[in-house]
Design a protein around this ligand. Structure first.
Ligand code: BTN
Length: 253
C-alpha cells in the first residue's frame, strides 16, 4: 500500500488471507458506507464467482482476486461502461509490468490468443437516487502453471507466467492496475466514454471479427462492427440488420 501511486483508489485496502468471494465482502462494505476507491483483496477465494453464475477458480496465492468499490455520479445504465474502462486499465497494467500485449474480448475477458487470463465482473448497488456503488471484481491469473488449472479449463485458460515464461510480482501488478484504473476513471469522469471507447477498440479482439453471440433467448451470428457510446456491442447479421448486444457469451469464429 505504501507504494501506491493513486490518490483515491486503494487508500483503504481490506486484505484477507481467505474469503468466500471478495465481491461479497465488497458489497457488505459498500452497504456499510465504505469510501469510493476501497479495495478488497484476498489470497484465496473459496467461492469465487464469474459472470452468468459461473464458478471462478481462485487458487491460493497464484492470482489477483480483488474487488474495487467505486461511487461514480453516473446513471445506472452507464455501469457496463466501467467493465470496459477496467478492461483497458488491466491491459495497460499488464503491458507495463510484463511487456505483454493482451486483447479484450467483449465485454469482460482479457485474452492471449484465444485463452483467458483475466475476468471482470461489475455489479451494481443502486436505488431511486441512482448508483450507490459499483463493485468491480477483477480476477487475474498470474502465476499458475498449466497443471494448476482444472483439467476442464486447461485449454481455454492461461496465466501471465505461462505467457511471459517467468513469475510475475503480484504486488507490482496490483499497484499498476489500481493506478491505471484511477487514470482512466478520471478521464471518463472528465471527458466521458468517447476517449475510452477509442482505447478499448484499440485493444479489442472482437471488433471486425465474425462472432457468435449467445444470449438467453437467441443466438446471433455476424460481424462485430463496434461498440456504442454506452458500451453496447453492435453486431451485423448476414441479412444486413444491426443488433445491439447488451449481454451475451461471445465466441470468436
Ligand atoms: C468472469 O470472467 O466471468 C468474471 C470473473 C471475475 C472474478 C473475480 S475474482 C475477484 C472477484 N471475486 C469474485 O468472486 N469474482 C471476482
Amino acid at each position: 500500500q505504501a507504494d501506491l501511486k493513486t490518490k483515491k483508489i486503494g487508500k483503504r485496502i481490506e486484505y484477507m488471507e481467505q474469503c468466500a468471494s471478495t465481491q461479497i465482502v465488497a458489497h457488505q462494505l459498500a452497504q456499510e458506507g465504505a469510501p469510493d476507491g476501497t479495495v478488497v483483496i484476498a489470497e484465496l477465494q473459496t467461492e469465487g464467482r464469474g459472470r452468468l453464475m459461473r464458478k471462478w477458480d481462485s487458487a491460493k496465492g497464484q492470482g489477483i482476486w480483488m474487488s474495487i468499490i467505486l461511487r461514480p455520479d453516473v446513471p445506472p445504465h452507464k455501469a457496463p461502461q466501467f467493465t470496459l474502462v477496467a478492461a483497458v486499465a488491466i491491459v495497460r497494467a499488464i503491458q507495463s509490468v510484463t511487456g505483454l500485449e493482451a486483447s479484450i474480448k467483449w465485454p469482460n475477458d482479457i485474452l492471449f490468443g484465444t485463452k483467458k487470463a483475466t475476468g471482470i465482473l461489475t455489479e451494481l448497488q443502486s436505488d431511486a437516487d441512482g448508483i450507490q456503488a459499483l463493485i468491480i471484481g477483477i480476477g487475474v491469473n498470474v502465476n499458475q502453471e498449466r497443471e494448476d488449472f482444472d483439467a476442464a479449463v486447461q485449454d481455454i485458460a492461461t496465466s501471465l507466467r505461462l505467457e511471459s515464461g517467468q513469475p510475475i510480482n503480484r504486488r507490482e501488478l496490483v499497484q499498476e492496475i489500481l493506478h491505471f484504473l484511477e487514470v482512466y476513471t478520471e478521464l471518463y469522469i472528465e471527458k466521458g466514454f468517447a476517449p475510452l471507447k477509442i482505447l478499448w477498440e484499440g485493444h479489442s479482439a472482437t471488433i471486425g471479427k465474425a462472432i457468435r453471440a449467445r444470449m438467453s433467448r437467441e443466438t446471433l451470428e455476424g460481424i462485430a462492427e463496434g461498440i456504442t457510446e454506452d458500451g453496447v456491442l453492435q453486431l451485423r447479421t448476414a441479412d444486413g440488420k444491426l443488433h445491439g448486444i447488451y449481454s451475451a457469451d461471445i465466441e470468436l469464429k
